[in-house]
Design a protein around this ligand. Structure first.
Ligand SMILES: *Cc1c(COP(=O)(O)O)cnc(C)c1O
Length: 435
């Protein structure tokens, strides 16, 4: 099923018209399709069915409680990166026993909290971290389940800010050092060496780097699994999606659009990896974020002004980089479409937000239908690394998020009242004394 499509010239999410949701909730407005979330989860789950596996949704991609609950109901565990995220798992009704804890900078407080919640494993990124986890587990008379994050030094051929599997960056332990690290870790009494983990980067649109990384890891995993009685091998996240022309009429899913030709799919991912992984006899963990949520969400924005200068056609919208920072941060591309389908010539347009930064720009010289003040545009594929990266820059409120399920919809986050933005701030007494 394709859950964002035009019906009688109106963009719809599942069985609801986007303009109806806009009337009810205003803009900027994030809209998530529950059905798309479930569909993506199930497609991957089914593709990996030949393996004993667990999908741990990388919730840093989208940690809205309703999104998480949708996935928890499907059976998902979570890949968390902070105490706040683990507390969110509980708030969303997820199972901490299906959670793995990633990240290079876990604090003592975070480790103690995660230990008490009984998470599945800490994905450990350095030897000092192993020692810290061991010491804190001993303090509470617990045994901490750990896996070392291996940096396989495979270039994922993705954007520099989202590649993680090479030695140029801060993540994981170098492939060549891993065996010695496990040998030393095996002497730490309050650790259980439960598995091994890798993650090579994000938005990988081809299967090849995954296959290369798994092939490189296999001999090491086999050897260490035997020696330390591993239970699992986590192959990380990073499955890419289509951003360009993600909305194409007639396609059953975004990976069946013409733009998705040759792009990675759950089926091609599994076809390449299952035969390699199955003989290990280990539980396989995957940590997809973007693949599950990216194309399950859109950001709707209102055209406030159209400003025509000599050379340029600026479409100034009410969403900004504080709502969706990806174009400013990663130079990323989002397809932009009108809520009301329009015919007619396309005009080269710059779509910009109201924030006082030149970087507050969603698209440059993009051929778009003619729009006027009061029209609505949609930034497609905004479900991953969208709302979660929202900020209050320019004292703008974190905006509304809506979940759609068939004909039902609910605000799953209300727009922040403005006063909340400075609620935790204060003015010291000496500044308020009058002379
Ligand atoms: C970010 C991250 C993921 C998820 O990446 P996606 O590209 O969203 O699938 C998974 N695992 C780790 C360790 C990560 O840092």
């Amino acid at each position: 099923m394709h859950d964002f499509k035009y019906v009688d010239g109106k963009l719809t999410c599942d069985q609801l018209a986007v303009d109806t949701l806009v009337k009810k909730h205003g803009t900027p407005l994030y809209i998530y399709s529950q059905h798309t979330l479930e569909d993506h989860y199930q497609k991957l789950d089914q593709a990996l069915a030949p393996l004993d596996h667990q999908i741990c949704f990388a919730m840093k991609a989208n940690s809205n409680l309703a999104v998480m609950r949708t996935l928890a109901n499907c059976g998902a565990g979570f890949d968390v990166v902070s105490e706040g995220e683990l507390r969110r798992v509980l708030a969303a009704g997820g199972d901490p026993k299906k959670c793995v804890f990633a990240g290079v900078g876990k604090t003592e407080r975070e480790i103690e909290y995660a230990l008490k919640q009984g998470i599945y494993a800490f994905n450990v990124e350095s030897e000092p971290e192993l020692q810290r986890i061991n010491r804190l587990a001993a303090k509470h008379d617990l045994v901490a389940p750990v896996a070392v994050r291996v940096n396989p030094n495979i270039d994922a051929h993705t954007h520099a800010k989202i590649t993680t599997g090479t030695y140029e960056n801060k993540f994981g332990i170098a492939f060549e050092e891993v065996a010695a690290v496990y040998a030393r870790a095996s002497k730490l009494k309050n650790l259980r060496l439960r598995g091994i983990q890798m993650h090579i980067g994000s938005q990988l649109t081809q299967v090849e780097p995954f296959r290369l990384a798994v092939e490189k890891m296999l001999p090491l995993v086999k050897k260490l699994a035997k020696k330390h009685s591993f239970e699992f091998f986590s192959i990380g996240g990073g499955i890419g999606i289509v951003y360009d022309k993600a909305l194409e009429s007639g396609a059953a899913a975004w990976w069946q659009t013409p733009a998705a030709k040759n792009i990675i799919t759950p089926a091609s991912y599994a076809a390449a990896l299952v035969p390699l992984l199955k003989p290990l006899g280990l539980r396989i963990l995957v940590e997809p974020g973007r693949f599950i949520v990216g194309n399950a969400g859109i950001l709707v924005t209102r055209v406030e002004y159209v400003k025509r200068t000599g050379k340029k056609n600026f479409v100034i919208v009410d969403a900004a980089m504080n709502d969706l920072i990806r174009p400013a941060f990663y130079d990323s591309y989002h397809q932009i479409v009108p809520v009301a389908e329009t015919a007619g010539a396309l005009i080269s347009s710059d779509v910009v937000g109201p924030i006082c930064e030149s970087g507050d720009c969603f698209a440059k010289e993009r051929p778009l239908p003619r729009v006027d003040e009061g029209d609505y545009l949609v930034l497609m594929s905004a479900g991953a690394y969208g709302s979660v990266m929202g900020s209050n820059y320019n004292s703008r409120a974190l905006t509304t998020e809506v979940l759609v399920n068939g004909r039902q919809s609910a605000a799953v986050r209300e727009r922040q009242p403005l006063e909340i933005i400075w609620e935790a701030e204060g003015i010291p007494a000496w500044l308020t004394k009058t002379a």
